[in-house]
Design a protein around this ligand. Sequence first.
Ligand code: NAD
Length: 347
Amino acid sequence: MPIKLGIIGYGGMGMWHHKNAPKVKGVDVVAAYDIDAYQVDVAKKAGLRGYHKLDEFLKDEEINTVLIATPNDVHKDLAVASANAGKNIIVEKPVAMSMKEIDEIIEAAEKNNVVFTVHQNRRWDKDFNKVKKAVELGMIGDVYTIESRVHGAGGLIYGWRNKKECGGGMLLDWGVHLIDQILYMIPNKVVRVYAELFSVLNKDVDDYFKLLMKFDNGLSAQIEVGTFCLKPLPRWFVGGNKGTLVVDDFEGHGEIVKLNKLADKFDAEIVETTAGPTRTFAPRPEEVKDHFELPDVNSEWIEFYANVRDTIEGKAELIVKPDEVKKVYSIIEAAFKSNQLGKAVEL
Ligand code: NAD
């Protein structure tokens, strides 16, 4: 059965889905609903049936799947109403404003026997998939630390994203993607979360945060998002007991550095550096290091809609599963709590 998609919230992301979802065979966008009359007109001009009222939109029988791309605070009510109207639901990230709201959506989806998933599209990012593959293949040995970082320079956050009551702030906006990536890559359980949130230039919401997740195998993952970082650090830094991996950007440029056989002959001596005499921090000569390309990956975002289509047809299991979405949210809740308490939260 083809997906006949109706979009709620025809703003930036609603339009993005309209443009991109039909690239997948068996996915058509047919209608849109928005509380802003202007955006409904934009949708009509783009060839969709435009609705000003939610109940009329939900009565449109051609729509079998609803994509919700509104500000975060109204996701839950719209998702529950759509499920109760018998529509499959795809909700933009972050799915909702609390664990309780996520449970309400899951309950409504189960009661109405419809598919529910969340658009965690960064699972298909090239940079992330290179790191994931390198970690899974053990290319740098046993990994002990992962740093996932997004540094922007704009500083100011606009519109509803700058309002706490709308679900604004960077932990919800970007944190949800970066936590999801780490949990998708590392199968172990998170046992402890520590987070610090800052409002550097934006009063009402966090515009910089740092989050540490400790896994039950000892691995430490750090996520850092800053909107006002004028000298950005690389997107990923991963340390293993056999080497180091760095990814610079979203395109996935970067490298793996490992020691070669000559390193066995390298007799570490105390050297005089600007920082003083040191052996542990003495620089390794270039000839003992080998540089490797990051692994090739073949990761296409369109797999997201293809998977939703196949799941609706009963031919596949969801890639973005409701219980995974809940796990990500449990980390977000723990991070807010840790920031409030000023100490780590055990899970
Ligand atoms: P936006 O402000 O550009 O668009 C939101 C639209 O929703 C507007 O047209 C607005 O009029 C409409 N709207 C607001 N309240 C509504 C309601 N109660 N009912 C119907 N329509 C309503 O915002 P955006 O940047 O498109 O973000 C929308 C959602 O998409 C957010 O949840 C955001 O986190 C998510 N998003 C995801 C990604 C991603 O990569 N997955 C990227 C950007 C945004």
